[in-house]
Ligand binder design. Structure first.
Ligand SMILES: Cc1cc2nc3c(=O)[nH]c(=O)nc-3n(C[C@H](O)[C@H](O)[C@H](O)COP(=O)(O)OP(=O)(O)OC[C@H]3O[C@@H](n4cnc5c(N)ncnc54)[C@H](O)[C@@H]3O)c2cc1C
Length: 345
């Protein structure tokens, strides 16, 4: 049946879809996808999409499959297959309760398990690429169902072969987790401080989860219906990854502001803090755009539908203003993290 999409997104934005179909199992997802005429949109938790005000001129398949089963286990590890529609944070909570390590720092991220490989979800020093062993997909080009091993998923910083491509529908994700009541070494300095340990120390899984949830809540990064700062897609922009010459240009242009937070990568590439660039370009926390959109009062990277009645066009106008001002000031191009559907930046 036709219907408005705003209610299926964490931004509470997006116009009408011609047809919305809920699919409660992997088989139902495959049937719904096969039956749908183009264009087709797969939507799960709606926490990483910006949908245009004119909605979607086709079928939207809502991923609502649930379930977890153990595929293999030994003394040191367990491999589980998790249905795509399983709410991500329910899975993380279950793994922590079971003493399965590897997902604890990804606590509190909204959305579905099936969407986590799409942008290689990550936070606080952990990424799903580290624990995913395979992704079960329906291949729309071939009309077949198979598992893509992790090594072939093209995982990168907020990316994979799945992002921006609609060939594969994720039906389930396999995770290989360590049997351990304590976390791996804590890699993120802010998390280590919150736990009262040093970077590299290990902590009980439940402590890591609790600390991450506290940190995230303080930044409006855990969904809370009573907090308009969480009416967002989380971070709107990714941290830009710069080559040496662009990085040096940035350091020159930012000379009087101090060095931006930066993380060196491979091949001379440097990842820099998008939040710092945005803040120093004059867009501070709480900054209001037109039409009821704001920068979150708790996190510079989150653009919010503050009033709950803002339009996608208003959100994109603010995002454009930020992107263009940062570029003019620092020579760095910011890229959106969410998937833009029927709209452009
Ligand atoms: C408050 C908040 C905090 C956040 N914090 C983080 C964070 O710390 N780290 C991080 O990485 N992300 C974060 N996000 C972004 C988001 O939660 C994740 O990207 C999440 O994995 C998206 O899941 P979803 O089910 O909501 O996907 P959706 O928004 O429904 O879909 C996102 C994209 O994936 C596609 N897709 C979804 N499911 C499938 C499927 N089964 N098969 C094929 N394609 C599919 C959709 O078509 C769309 O292109 C945050 C978002 C919010 C609102």
């Amino acid at each position: 049946m036709p219907g408005p999409l705003a209610g299926y997104t964490t931004l509470r934005m997006g116009g009408l879809a011609e047809r919305i179909v809920a699919a409660g199992s992997a088989d139902e997802i495959v049937r719904a996808v096969r039956a749908a005429e183009e264009p087709l949109l797969i939507l799960a938790g709606g926490s990483n999409v910006v949908i245009g005000d004119s909605g979607f001129p086709g079928t939207v398949v809502l991923v609502r499959s649930r379930g977890l089963r153990v595929l293999a286990e030994d003394a040191g590890s367990v491999t589980v297959r998790v249905d795509a529609g399983e709410p991500w944070d329910d899975l993380v909570a279950a793994t922590v309760a079971n003493g399965w390590a590897g997902l604890e720092c990804l606590s509190g991220i909204p959305g579905s398990t099936g969407a986590t490989p799409i942008q290689n979800v990550g936070a606080y020093g952990q990424e799903v690429a580290e624990t995913i062993s395979g992704v079960e997909v329906y291949d729309r080009a071939e009309g077949t169902r198979y598992v893509i091993p992790a090594a072939e998923c093209g995982f990168a910083y907020r990316g994979s072969i799945f992002k921006y491509r609609d060939r594969w529908v994720v039906l389930a994700v396999d995770f290989r987790l360590a049997r351990s009541p304590i976390s791996g070494p804590v890699r993120y300095a802010e998390l280590a401080r919150a736990l009262g340990v040093e970077v590299g120390d290990q902590v009980p899984l439940a402590d890591a989860r609790a600390a991450v949830l506290r940190l995230r809540a303080g930044k409006g990064m855990v969904l809370d219906a009573s907090d308009p700062d969480t009416r967002s897609v989380g971070s709107f922009f990714t941290n830009p990854v710069l080559d040496q010459s662009t990085y040096e240009l940035l350091l020159e242009r930012a000379a009087e502001l101090g060095d931006p937070p930066a993380w060196p990568g491979v091949d001379g590439l440097v990842k820099v803090s998008a939040a710092w660039l945005i803040d120093k370009a004059g867009f501070t926390k709480g900054h209001a755009g037109a039409g009821g959109v704001t920068i979150s009062s708790k996190h510079t990277l989150a653009l919010t539908n503050h009033t709950g009645r803002a339009r996608t066009a208003d959100l994109l106008a603010l995002a454009r203003d930020i992107r263009d001002t940062v570029h003019a000031r620092f020579g760095v191009t910011l890229h959106p993290e969410p998937v833009l559907i029927n709209c452009t930046l």
